[in-house]
Design a protein. Structure first.
Length: 431
C-alpha cells in the first residue's frame, strides 16, 4: 500500500468522521491521492464521465426515483393501503401487518427503501398512532423494518448499483430478490403477530367480503405495475432501464389520467424532488467510480483475492466473514458506499472461491438494508424521525425484535443459496 493511498484513506475517514457527505469525502480523498501520486488531476473528471456515460444501466436509478415520487404524490399508495387493510387488517396487530404488506407491494414499484418509509410509511405511522393501540416508537420501528424490503423485491436501485460494479446480470439479480423479499416479509409478519399478542394489540375491523372485489378493483391498476415491469424484463421485451422508463410513465398515467390525483404544481414538485435525489445518488456513484479507479490502481482487489486463496478459506467461511464486516460497516456507512466502494474489493475473491455473484449480490443488498435500521448511521431511522418527529432512540429500542427477525432471514440466505438462485434458474440462469 503506497503512501498516497494511505493518505487517501486517512483523508476519507477523517472527512466522513466529521460529518462531511460521503461523496464529497471520496472526491477530496481521490484528489489528494492523485496529487500525491503525481498523476493527472483530470483523471478524476475522466473517471466520472466515462464511468457514468458507459453505464447505460445507471439511467434506471432516476427513473425508479421518479416512479416512486409520482406514486407518493398521487393516490396510488392510498389505494394500495386500502387493499392491504382489507387483506390483513383482520389479524392481530392489523395496522402493523398492513404496513408490512404495503411495503411488499410498494417495493415492486419504487425500488427504494427511503421512498417507502417517507411516503406510504408516514401514512401508516399516523394511522397506528391515531388508533391508540401502538406506541409511536413501535409504529416507527415497524415502518423502518418493513421499508428494508423495498430494495430486495424488484425493481431495486441498490441491485442496479451492484450490477454496475460486479457485471452480474441485473435481470437475474432482480429475480434472485423475490424469494428473499418474501422471506423477510414472512419474518416481519411473524414477529409482529407475536408482539401484538404479547401487548394485546387488537385486530382492525373486518372488511365485509362483499366489499373486497370493489377494493381490489380500485387497487388493480396499481397492483399491475410490478407485473408489467417484470413481464417486460423477463419476457425479453425491454431492458431493465427501459422497464424503469415504462414504470415511471405508467405511474404518471395512473396518477394523472386514471386517478386525476396530480396537478401541474405537484408534478413540478415530483420532478424537482426526483432531480435532487437523482443528483445525490449520481454524485455518490461518480465519486465511487473515482475511488474504484484508485483501488484498482493499487491492485487491492487482486491482493485480497490472493490472500483469500492463500488462506484457503471455504466459501461459507468467506461469506460469513464478508457479511459480518458489512453489518459492522452498515453501522457507520450508508448502503451506497458499501456497495460501490467496499463490495468491489470482494468480487474477485468470490470468483476465486466459486461463489455465485447473483447470490453474493442479493445477500449483500439484504445485509446493507439491515444497515439502514442500525444505529448510529441508519438512514431510515433519521428519515422516519424527520417525517414524524418520533425520537430515534424510541425507534431503535422498539426495533430490536425486527432487527433480529431480519438477521435470521440473512443467515438463512447465506446458508441456503437456493433461496436466492432457485427462481433465476427457472428462467435459464446457469451460474
Amino acid at each position: 500500500m503506497s503512501f498516497a493511498f494511505q493518505l487517501c484513506l486517512l483523508v476519507l475517514f477523517l472527512l466522513a468522521g466529521i460529518g462531511a457527505p460521503i461523496a464529497h469525502s471520496m472526491i477530496v480523498a481521490a484528489v489528494v491521492y492523485l496529487a500525491v501520486a503525481g498523476q493527472d488531476m483530470g483523471l478524476a473528471a475522466e473517471q466520472i464521465i466515462q464511468g457514468i456515460y458507459d453505464s447505460f444501466i445507471i439511467l434506471a436509478v432516476p427513473l425508479f426515483i421518479v416512479a416512486a415520487n409520482i406514486m407518493n404524490e398521487g393516490t396510488i399508495s392510498d389505494r394500495l393501503l386500502e387493499f392491504c387493510k382489507a387483506a390483513v387488517g383482520r389479524f392481530r396487530g392489523g395496522l402493523a401487518q398492513v404496513d408490512i404488506l404495503v411495503s411488499l407491494i410498494f417495493s415492486g414499484m419504487s425500488g427504494s427503501a427511503v421512498a417507502d418509509a417517507a411516503g406510504v410509511g408516514k401514512v401508516t405511522i399516523n394511522m397506528m398512532i391515531k388508533s391508540g393501540h401502538y406506541a409511536p416508537g413501535f409504529a416507527g420501528a415497524v415502518v423502518a423494518a418493513s421499508a428494508t424490503i423495498g430494495p430486495i423485491i424488484p425493481p431495486s436501485i441498490p441491485m442496479v448499483m451492484y450490477a454496475l460494479v460486479s457485471d452480474a446480470s441485473i435481470g437475474y439479480l432482480f429475480l434472485g430478490g423475490v424469494v428473499p423479499g418474501l422471506l423477510m416479509t414472512v419474518s416481519l409478519m411473524a414477529i409482529t403477530s407475536r408482539l401484538a399478542h404479547k401487548r394485546g394489540i387488537p385486530a382492525e375491523e373486518v372488511v365485509p367480503v362483499g366489499k373486497l372485489p370493489g377494493i381490489t378493483f380500485r387497487a388493480l391498476p396499481a397492483l399491475l405495475m410490478p407485473v408489467i415491469l417484470l413481464a417486460g424484463i423477463y419476457g425479453g421485451a425491454t431492458t431493465p432501464t427501459e422497464a424503469a422508463a415504462i414504470a415511471a410513465a405508467y405511474a404518471l398515467l395512473l396518477a394523472a389520467l386514471l386517478y386525476r390525483a396530480v396537478t401541474w404544481q405537484s408534478l413540478y414538485n415530483v420532478f424537482s424532488e426526483s432531480a435532487r435525489s437523482s443528483a445525490s445518488v449520481g454524485l455518490v456513484i461518480g465519486s465511487a467510480l473515482i475511488f474504484n479507479y484508485i483501488v484498482a490502481a493499487e491492485n487491492v482487489p487482486n491482493s485480497i483475492a490472493g490472500l483469500i486463496a492463500y488462506l484457503d478459506l471455504p466459501p461459507l467461511s468467506f461469506l460469513v466473514f464478508a457479511n459480518i464486516l458489512f453489518l459492522l460497516l452498515g453501522c457507520v456507512l450508508d448502503a451506497s458506499t458499501i456497495i460501490l466502494v467496499i463490495v468491489p474489493l470482494f468480487v474477485p475473491a468470490c470468483r476465486v472461491l466459486g461463489i455465485d455473484l447473483v447470490h453474493f449480490g442479493v445477500v449483500t443488498v439484504v445485509n446493507c438494508m439491515i444497515g439502514l435500521i442500525t444505529p448510529p448511521y441508519g438512514m431510515l431511522l433519521f428519515v422516519i424521525n424527520g417525517a414524524t418527529g418520533i425520537p430515534v432512540k424510541n425507534i431503535v429500542r422498539e426495533g430490536v425484535p425486527f432487527f433480529f427477525a431480519l438477521l435470521v432471514s440473512l443467515v438463512l440466505l447465506i446458508l441456503f443459496p437456493e433461496l436466492v438462485l432457485w427462481l433465476p434458474r427457472q428462467f435459464g440462469y446457469q451460474g
